[in-house]
Design a protein around this ligand. Structure first.
Ligand SMILES: Cc1ncc(COP(=O)(O)O)c(C=O)c1O
Length: 318
């Protein structure tokens, strides 16, 4: 099953080369280092459209840029802006584009030099753009398989950093899963323990416990993962156990769900042709999904601090 892609019309404003420009006016050379060698770092941020308030609610903006900075450090990219400045630039782009729909924000820092040769001592470039984005995957129960592709180990290509090049690992796994008729792939670590999905972290419920692989399982330390742990603890009284997870624990689980900015909270109802629990969405995933969306859309006052509101005028500055 192929996944929906989301694109730009070229009219939108983006940040590129130190200024705000139209997407369609950006030109990149085929010799761009990051295009040849995968030497880039990125983020994925969601802004949810709140119809009743007429606002876009940008979810966990600062947290994403803090992680962006850490990923950049791993790739020796020195960003030209502080986290606060990056947040301000992003809000300015959203104000100009003024989308009245759910939107995805993609900051990208990369080695932009037009040189042949593998190295990292190159000046950084920064781009930030937005695209409209609805649900990236179905939220009514995914059919997953364990991938024969292993997750990249920390000492090879660190999954902790959101590096463009490491998404080859993801693409291989997802492509194989789709060709075999599954919706999504679940990675094991090199040692054979559960790591994460292609672009989402994984949680399971076993014996009443909420469990997720720990941060040494070659995962991206997801911001949604943190949000889910917070909601589970505060609202459901469930502390998450972060530990090593064996493959067949997934087969024995009562519930499994995936979390991510793109995936949101996506229940898994089948793994390797075995039903998860009852084969239907489980009660914990269902409650977390409902709470997550309420908080993310800025509809839950206690979680107001999760989002930044951007007032969207009816007329975009085009
Ligand atoms: C490999 C990978 N793991 C996990 C996640 C989930 O991270 P987050 O919740 O911060 O979006 C993502 C998505 O961005 C991802 O690409």
């Amino acid at each position: 099953m192929s996944r929906k892609g989301f694109g730009s019309s070229g009219e939108e404003w983006c940040y590129h080369g130190g200024e705000l420009v139209r997407m369609g006016d950006v030109r990149l050379s085929p010799a761009t280092h990051a295009l040849n060698y995968g030497t880039g770092v990125f983020e994925g941020i969601r802004a949810y459209w709140n119809e009743s308030k007429g606002t876009l609610q940008v979810l966990k903006l600062r947290e994403h840029y803090e992680r962006f900075e850490k990923s950049c450090r791993i790739l020796h990219i020195e960003l030209p802006h502080s986290v606060d400045e990056l947040c301000d630039i992003t809000l300015e782009i959203l104000k100009r584009n003024a989308p009245r729909e759910d939107t995805y924000i993609r900051p990208l820092a990369y080695k932009g030099a037009e040189v042949v040769g593998v190295k990292l001592q190159l000046p950084p470039e920064l781009s930030i753009y937005t695209v409209p984005m609805g649900n990236y995957v179905e939220l009514t129960g995914l059919r997953c398989c364990i991938s024969s592709w292993r997750r990249t180990p920390d000492n090879a290509i660190p999954a902790r950093a959101k590096l463009t090049g490491s998404y080859i690992n993801t693409a291989l796994a997802v492509d194989a899963a789709h060709r075999a008729g599954y919706d999504e792939a679940i990675f094991l670590t090199h040692d054979g323990y559960v790591s994460e999905a292609s672009a989402a972290n994984i949680f399971l419920i076993r014996k009443g416990q909420l469990i997720t692989p720990d941060v040494t399982a070659d995962i991206l330390e997801g911001i949604t993962r943190d949000s889910v742990m917070e909601l589970a603890a505060k609202e459901l009284g469930m502390q998450t156990v972060e530990r090593r997870v064996g493959r067949t624990e997934l087969y024995a689980a009562d519930e499994v769900f995936l979390t991510g900015t793109g995936f949101q909270i996506a229940p898994v109802t089948e793994i390797d042709d075995r039903p998860v629990g009852t084969g239907k969405i489980g009660p914990v995933a269902e409650k977390l999904q409902e709470m997550y969306f309420r908080a993310a859309r800025g509809e839950w006052p206690e979680y107001e601090h999760w989002t930044v509101a951007v007032e969207v005028a009816h007329q975009a500055a085009r």
